[in-house]
Structure formats: structure tokens, C-alpha cells
Design a protein around this ligand. Structure first.
Ligand SMILES: *Cc1c(COP(=O)(O)O)cnc(C)c1O
Length: 442
């Protein structure tokens, strides 16, 4: 009988995957989860070192989250949010408004981080149109990642995507990211001055036509866990406010405890005009996203039906009740203890990184903010490996043999474990990573 993997290779097309390689190489089929572990169809256990692409918060197969889904399932699995409402979405919106940075008072639901960003862009665009002063352009950070739909690609700064989809995307104005290559010698302070000067000049030349600036707060995740210097988010927020440019903060990756706070904005007391959340919102259980905004933006859309000022956006599964119910439970668990535990865990991981990972000859730089960690591989002289050697991917493949699932960003190995990892699990994460690096780079 054909294995799951053989059947997969006949009919499935995987995201971000060269399918020729996929079909040739052995692949895992995951059949069960158990806390931070994933179990394959052969019964092998793997630590989920990247939280199933950064969304899992409390581990897999969690009794409380399972119960939240089951409880809601006995009531209602889905009903439309266009023209109808339901209790789980109302309660979750109340909860999001309570914990979000102050001033964010309205919740618009969707089902992925990319959709949350599309909504933020359309909301900002239509807001300025409704005000009678159209400002159709967007500012974005270099190397930014905001999702894979066309609007999100347009305000992202991933060169490869622009090369392929250039003619289709929203045009935006890039601002240099305040991070320097590891072998450049530039200090974070100098990088920040350089970046803010470029932002000032972009505002001076285009400010009147720019409706919003979009950015990932503190950490540019997909770019390779690039860390912004302290004060950068605050400085950008101040400049946006002064130039009357809306600030869209994309907390899809950083939200729900990843940086040691519920939202990364809290670290610099920033109150964005629009906030996007997704990934960790449901604890990683179900697809759900939200775009939060202020009274000022919300009220600009109010009017008579015939004025056609409504916000024209919605998806079939907007505000799915099962997803809302599990999100409520996940947020309750974060507030009860998971957020506190994650801060201890971040400190423990920091120690492991300093003592055991940083000294390796093929580790060029380690970047950490809470539970968002990038381990950048490099040659012993800190120069990068040639990209075509795919050292990052090879190190991750090797780490699997030691029982840990990782996924790289180029030559940056990512640690982004569930917040509930124990110290023993953390030790396994470090052990497998070290062996993976040694096997693939040595
Ligand atoms: C993952 C991610 C997105 C896209 O979210 P999807 O749910 O994958 O569409 C957007 N922004 C950031 C910062 C992300 O990390």
C-alpha cells in the first residue's frame, strides 16, 4: 500500500517549495501533536522548533484549547459575519480591544495575516479618500515581509518577490531598515540614524501623497530575524504622527507574547492607527486574523447607505466562531501564566545560545528578542556562505536527525518555539541545532 508521503507526492503542491526536490527527497507526514512535539506516521517524535511557522503558542493538542473548540462546535461551527453576528466574535473583539495598545477600539476580522494587511492597506487608502484628500502611496521598510497576497507583497521589501510579481503589485516607497550586515562594522545607532534620515527625506518629498507607513515592530521576522535598535519604532511613530501619516503596525509575527509582551508595541509605548494580528491569535489552532483601528478611522466610514462609504471587504469565513472561541481561550492562558513563563524561557534560551551556540565557528551572529531568535551561519571569518550552498536548509535537515524541526530563512536558523517549552525541551532544541550546524558546515 502507498504511504502517505507517496500519495502526497502525486497530488499535492506545497507552499514555498521546489516540488522537484520535494518529490525526490524523503518527507515527513505529521499525524499527531503532543505539547511542543509533532509525531509522524512512523511514530517518530520531533520538537516543533518553529511553532508550526510561528503560530503555535501553548503547544499542540492542548486540553484547554481542544475543549474550547469542542464546546463551540456543539453550538455553531460557522455562520456568516456579513449581516449577522455571534457571541464568540463579540467577546473576542472586546478582549482584543482591552489588551491592545490604547486607542484601538474597532476589530475587523479576517483569516490570515496577509488578509489582515490587505485590509489595513484598503482601510488606510479609503480613509484618505473619504476625507477628501486622497493619499494613495505607502511607505515600507526595506526587507519587510507582510504576506503573500498582492497588496502585501507590494508593501513588502523582498526583492525576489518584486522581481517576479513587479508589474502586478502596489507600488510603495522603501525606507532602509536600521540593521547592518554582520561584517559591515556599522553600529546599530549609526544604522538607525541612517534609516531615520532616509525616512525624513522620503516624507519631505512624498509626504503629502503618503497615506500610511507599514512596519513590523522591533523584529523583521521573515527578513531573517533582523532586530531594530531600541527607540526606532518610537521614532518612526513620532515622525508619522508629525506628518499626519497613518501608522500600520504588523504584529502578525510579534503579537501574543513572542517578544515578552502581549504586543511588541508595548515595549515602546506606541499606539498605532492600525494593528494587524494573526498567527498566534488562536494559539496556532485555526486560521483567524484581525485588523484593529481607531475611532477616528472607523468614524470616517460612517454615513448613509447610498453614500457607499462602507468598508467594502469581507471573506466567507470572516470571524469563524470555532476560531474565535479558541482565540479567547488562548488569550486567557497567555494572561494567566504563559506570558510570564515565556520570559523565563527566553532568558534560559539566551544562556544556551551564549554558552553553547555562539562559540561555534560557523555561527556569525545571534539575534534575539524574547522568543524570536535568529542564528546566522557564516564562515569563521564572518563572511557569508555562498547562497547557492543552502547551508541554512542543510543545517535544518540535519537537525531533524536529532529530533527537532527547524526552518531556515536563508542562512539564518530560526528558533521560535511554543511559549510553553520546558527547559529539557529547550536543551534538546539547542543540542539538535548544534549537531545540525556541525554536520552541515564542518
Ligand atoms: C506570516 C506573516 C504575515 C502573513 O501571514 P499569513 O497568515 O501567512 O498570511 C504577515 N506579516 C508578518 C509580519 C508575518 O510574519
Amino acid at each position: 500500500m502507498a504511504t502517505w508521503s507517496e500519495r502526497d507526492k502525486k497530488v499535492v503542491w506545497h507552499p514555498f517549495t521546489q516540488m522537484r526536490e520535494w518529490s525526490r527527497d524523503p518527507q515527513l507526514t505529521i499525524v499527531r501533536g503532543d505539547g511542543p512535539y509533532l509525531i509522524d506516521d512512523q511514530g517518530r517524535r520531533y520538537l516543533d522548533g518553529v511553532s508550526s511557522l510561528w503560530c503555535n503558542v501553548h503547544g499542540h493538542n492542548h486540553p484547554r484549547l481542544n475543549q474550547a473548540v469542542r464546546g463551540q462546535l456543539d453550538q455553531l461551527a460557522h455562520s456568516t459575519f456579513l449581516g449577522l453576528s455571534h457571541p464568540p466574535a463579540i467577546e473576542l473583539a472586546e478582549n482584543l480591544v482591552r489588551v491592545a495598545p490604547s486607542g484601538l477600539t474597532r476589530v475587523f476580522y479576517s483569516d490570515s495575516g496577509s488578509a489582515a494587511v490587505e485590509i489595513a492597506l484598503k482601510m488606510a487608502f479609503q480613509y484618505w479618500q473619504l476625507r477628501g484628500t486622497p493619499r494613495p502611496r505607502f511607505l515600507r521598510m526595506e526587507h519587510a515581509y507582510h504576506g503573500d497576497t498582492l497588496g502585501a507583497v507590494g508593501v513588502g521589501g523582498i526583492e525576489l518577490f518584486h522581481r517576479i510579481f513587479g508589474p502586478l503589485i502596489v507600488r510603495s516607497i522603501g525606507v532602509p531598515s536600521p540593521t547592518s550586515a554582520i561584517d559591515s562594522g556599522e553600529t546599530p545607532e549609526a544604522a538607525m540614524v541612517r534609516s531615520l534620515a532616509a525616512l525624513d527625506s522620503a516624507i519631505a518629498s512624498h509626504g503629502h501623497e503618503v497615506g500610511a507607513l507599514i512596519m513590523e515592530p522591533l523584529v523583521q521576522g521573515a527578513a531573517g530575524m533582523l532586530m531594530h535598535p531600541p527607540g526606532f519604532l518610537r521614532a518612526v511613530a513620532d515622525r508619522c504622527r508629525a506628518a499626519d501619516i497613518l501608522l500600520i503596525v504588523d504584529e502578525v509575527a510579534t503579537g501574543f507574547g513572542r517578544t515578552g509582551a502581549m504586543f511588541a508595541c508595548e515595549h515602546e509605548d506606541v499606539r498605532p492607527d492600525i494593528l494587524c494580528v494573526a498567527k498566534g491569535l488562536t494559539g496556532g489552532y485555526l486560521p483567524l486574523a484581525a485588523t484593529l483601528t481607531t475611532d477616528a478611522i472607523y468614524e470616517a466610514f460612517l454615513g448613509e447607505r447610498a453614500e457607499y462609504k462602507a468598508f467594502f471587504h469581507g471573506h466567507t469565513f470572516t470571524a469563524n466562531p470555532l476560531a474565535c472561541a479558541v482565540a479567547l481561550e488562548s488569550m486567557a492562558m497567555l494572561e494567566e501564566s504563559a506570558l510570564d513563563w515565556s520570559r523565563d524561557l527566553a532568558r534560559y534560551l539566551e544562556r544556551l545560545l551564549r554558552e553553547f551556540v555562539a562559540p561555534l565557528p560557523f555561527v556569525g551572529q545571534i539575534r534575539q528578542r524574547g522568543l524570536m531568535i535568529g542564528i546566522e551561519l557564516a564562515r569563521p571569518d564572518r563572511s557569508p556562505f555562498p547562497a547557492e550552498e543552502f547551508r541554512g536548509a542543510k543545517a535544518c535537515d540535519a537537525a531533524r536527525k536529532y529530533g527537532v524541526i527547524l526552518r531556515p530563512l536563508g542562512d539564518v536558523l530560526v528558533w521560535m518555539p511554543p511559549l510553553t517549552l520546558t527547559r529539557d525541551d529547550a536543551d534538546l532544541l539547542a543540542h539538535a541545532t548544534i549537531r545540525g550546524i556541525e554536520d552541515s558546515c564542518g
